[in-house]
Design a protein around this ligand. Structure first.
Ligand SMILES: C[S@@+](CC[C@H](N)C(=O)[O-])C[C@H]1O[C@@H](n2cnc3c(N)ncnc32)[C@H](O)[C@@H]1O
Length: 273
């Protein structure tokens, strides 16, 4: 078992590839209720406002294609890419089952280290009107001037981390506890995005920070969240931690469940006409 310091967290290709062997697609495997006014719903609404039968859309880091499949009927064409082959295979299958003909799924990475040292998005030069990304990578911004049309709109939702402030984090069993570095400070994310945009001569058109409660339903859901993406060798097992997690619930849960914060950063940028 790995200890707290070495437990594998998200964002690396290896982590995503391993997650793809643990569950079918990218999704959160715990049950919870998120309060109204959250960032995920706001992102969906904002994207929908910018879709029409006249626009060609690119989705970066599309996972197993849930958004691409939902949004494709609302636009002219939608290209979606992800670095994990298994996700793209699932996405292609789902699109075929729905007879969606205007969506293309590509198993590609936009990372510079896998594209000869240059961030490269799998889209033709001057071919895209709207770029969307729900919790996907941010490196694609570097290639925007090449593949976007004048006036293109960029929309992304970035996670900000959730657990570190929670009073019960210190009561979790060793190996499941979160460290302060797991939470993204709001200002850190905003300045990272602004810095990437400014390198290509762009700035934020609008941005919003969302911070709403999310209630986990059961101790098992808390375990699913804390062990997300880790193999049984890397974290303590459910039987080993059930008693401690049940006690955390008994001490801290409200009738709605155990509360954590659901925090997101949503932003939009617009290219000059
Ligand atoms: C947090 S998941 C979100 C997936 C999906 N957008 C969703 O909301 O369910 C981030 C996704 O971005 C993909 N990703 C991260 N960096 C990438 C890169 N440089 N090129 C392609 N895909 C990348 C990961 O493989 C992963 O599927």
């Amino acid at each position: 078992m790995r200890n707290e310091a070495t437990q594998v967290r998200g964002h690396t290709l290896a982590w995503y590839e391993r997650l793809a062997t643990l569950q079918d697609g990218y999704y959160y495997p715990w049950a919870s209720t998120v309060a109204d006014g959250d960032g995920e719903s706001a992102y969906t609404g904002l994207v929908q406002q910018h879709l029409s039968p006249e626009v060609d859309v690119l989705e970066t880091g599309c996972g197993h294609g849930v958004d691409a499949i939902a949004f494709a009927p609302l636009c002219r064409s939608l290209r979606a890419y992800d670095q994990v082959d298994r996700y793209i295979a699932l996405a292609k299958k789902a699109a075929a089952e729905r007879n969606l003909e205007n969506v293309t799924f590509l198993s590609r990475t936009s990372s510079a280290d896998r594209n000869g040292g240059k961030v490269t998005v799998p889209a033709l030069t001057g071919s895209i009107d709207v770029v969307i990304s729900r919790r996907g990578p941010t490196n694609w911004i570097e290639d925007v001037p090449r593949f976007c049309r004048p006036g293109a709109v960029l929309i992304q939702l970035n996670p900000l981390g959730s657990l570190v402030e929670d009073v019960w984090n210190g009561e979790l069993p060793e190996g499941l506890r979160r460290s302060p570095s797991d939470a993204e400070p709001d200002a850190g994310m905003r300045s990272r995005i602004e810095s990437r945009l400014s390198k290509v001569g762009l700035s934020l058109h609008s941005c919003w920070t969302y911070d709403v409660p999310e209630w986990l339903h059961t101790p098992r859901d808390l375990y699913r969240l804390l062990s997300f993406g880790n193999t049984p060798e890397e974290v303590p097992s459910w039987p080993q931690t059930e008693a401690a997690l049940t006690e955390v619930f008994q001490r801290h849960a409200a009738p709605a469940g155990l509360e954590l914060r659901n925090r997101r950063f949503l932003w939009k940028a617009v290219l000059p006409p």
